[in-house]
Design a protein around this ligand. Sequence first.
Ligand code: TYD
Length: 134
Amino acid sequence: MTKNGDYIDLNSFNDKRGTLISMEQGSEIPFEIKRVYFLTNLNSNPRGFHAHKNLKQVMICISGSCEILLDDGQNKLLRTLSSPSKGLYIDSYVWREMKNFKDNALIVVLASEIYDESDYIRDYNDFLDYGNDK
Ligand code: TYD
């Protein structure tokens, strides 16, 4: 079973024309994909600083690189994404901070739910309290 912070190997097809990378729900992606979004024009400002109550995501840095801190309230993991053929699985109830975007980082995010602001926990202390109340 895919766990929070796991890297996911995507399918990579290389030939003289270049590289094609694919992923499918139910094999590489461990949830039904309901939404896809991109992060582009990234700069020195970190992003994220929230957790989700239910949402699960796979993040792929298809160009450049970035770092992602994942914090489940007890353990912190620092992950680097620098390959278009590697995804990063982010479970629900995980605080994330994305930073150190390099070389025009372009990030694709696959999400298990449609956008829902009420699913966000944007305050770190609320995040810790939410975990204690669970
Ligand atoms: P936000 O979640 O704050 O970005 P980050 O995850 O990088 O911290 O989202 C930025 C804005 O985009 C915010 O106004 C909400 C909006 N948004 C959508 O409308 N749909 C989406 O799918 C997402 C991810 C964000």
